[in-house]
Design a protein around this ligand. Structure first.
Ligand code: ATP
Ligand code: PAF
Ligand code: BAL
Length: 291
């Protein structure tokens, strides 16, 4: 594996592969890698000839009072993990490599980006869409891999790719979880022992939502209220978002009639924000028909 820090150097390396007709897969990350990231890497390895993982803590997607400065970083450990996994290139630019001058250009998907997490983190998804577009332009990947833990993010990126005809296949990858169900996340490292134990309320709330939907709760406001109350029984938890939405438009729904719905949670445990979601009520596919 080669570690590359500049746009020009990466373009030069990848140009050779492209000329040889090799398929290139991109896994964009902010580093401090865990098994969730490595699942994206292994999908990318399985489907491409050359895999690029980027590690860049993107200032454009952090609000002024967010954790940009203290976001966990460990490039040495990350590069060892990526090397072991057979990644070809680790792209680890500095902020001035990615943004030599203040950016004047913004890619925004304003309607989808204002919903859910976007309402709590204004500007966040414009920062994500801008950096992901720039990474696509640098790497020109055939396919790019994103985790479903960040459901809204992958929804926005898919829409951006469609709207702008970006020549990339976006591949969503299911969420990897700890044994108790908590979604793996770099920010889990912020949790104290007590908070880590409390955090299990988040995946439990997703199971509770499914139980209530199966029982026939059909008023979205009632379902949201029940989820909020369920989560806030945990004294360390504060709900920022507990929402029932359309899984593609992310818009609120007026009535639930057994259709697939997105349950989106954004919950603070102490000062740490955790994100999780589940789509429930999917019609069984041909492969999973009831006996
Ligand atoms: N548990 C997980 N399972 C599958 N994919 C994941 C998981 N956690 C993160 N990813 C995906 O990895 C990519 C990089 O995410 P990122 O580096 O922000 O990690 P993170 O663990 O989500 O960090 P954070 O705590 O900052 O949200 C994203 O596409 C994200 O959805
Ligand atoms: C996609 C991404 C790498 C863009 O900075 C980031 O939002 C993330 O890690 O999910
Ligand atoms: N959604 C992952 C990146 C971030 O929280 O900024």
């Amino acid at each position: 594996m080669e570690i590359v820090h500049t746009i020009a150097a990466l373009r030069e390396r990848l140009g050779e592969h492209r000329k040889a007709g090799r398929r290139i897969g991109l896994v964009p990350t902010m580093g401090y890698l865990h098994a969730g990231h490595m699942e994206l890497v292994s999908r990318a390895k399985a489907e491409n000839d050359v895999v690029v993982t980027s590690i860049f803590v993107n200032p454009l997607q952090f609000g002024a009072n967010e954790d940009l400065a203290k976001y966990p970083r460990d490039l040495e450990r990350d590069s060892a993990m990526l090397r072991d996994a057979g990644v070809d290139y680790l792209f680890a630019p500095g902020v001035t490599d990615m943004y030599p001058r203040p950016m004047q250009t913004v890619v925004d998907v304003p309607k989808l980006g204002a919903e859910l997490e976007g309402a709590v983190r204004p500007g966040h998804f414009a920062g994500v869409a801008t950096v992901v577009t720039k990474l696509f332009n640098i790497v020109l990947p055939d396919s790019a891999y994103f985790g479903e833990k960040d459901y809204q993010q992958v929804t926005i990126i898919r829409r951006m790719v469609e709207d702008l005809a970006q020549p990339v296949r976006v591949v969503p990858v299911p969420t990897v979880r700890d044994a108790d169900g908590l979604a793996l996340s770099s920010r889990n490292v912020y949790l104290s022992k007590e908070e880590r134990a409390a955090a299990v309320i988040v995946p439990k709330a997703l199971a509770e939502a499914e139980r209530l939907y199966d029982l026939g709760v059909n008023d979205p406001a009632a379902l949201e209220e029940a989820l909020r109350a369920f989560i806030e029984k945990e004294p360390l938890a504060t709900v920022e978002v507990a929402a029932v939405r359309h899984p593609e438009t992310l818009e609120p729904l007026s009535k639930l009639q057994g259709q697939p719905i997105l349950i989106a949670l954004f919950v603070r445990i102490g000062t740490t924000r955790l994100l999780d979601n589940r789509v429930i009520g999917r019609k069984p596919s041909n492969n999973e028909k009831a006996a």
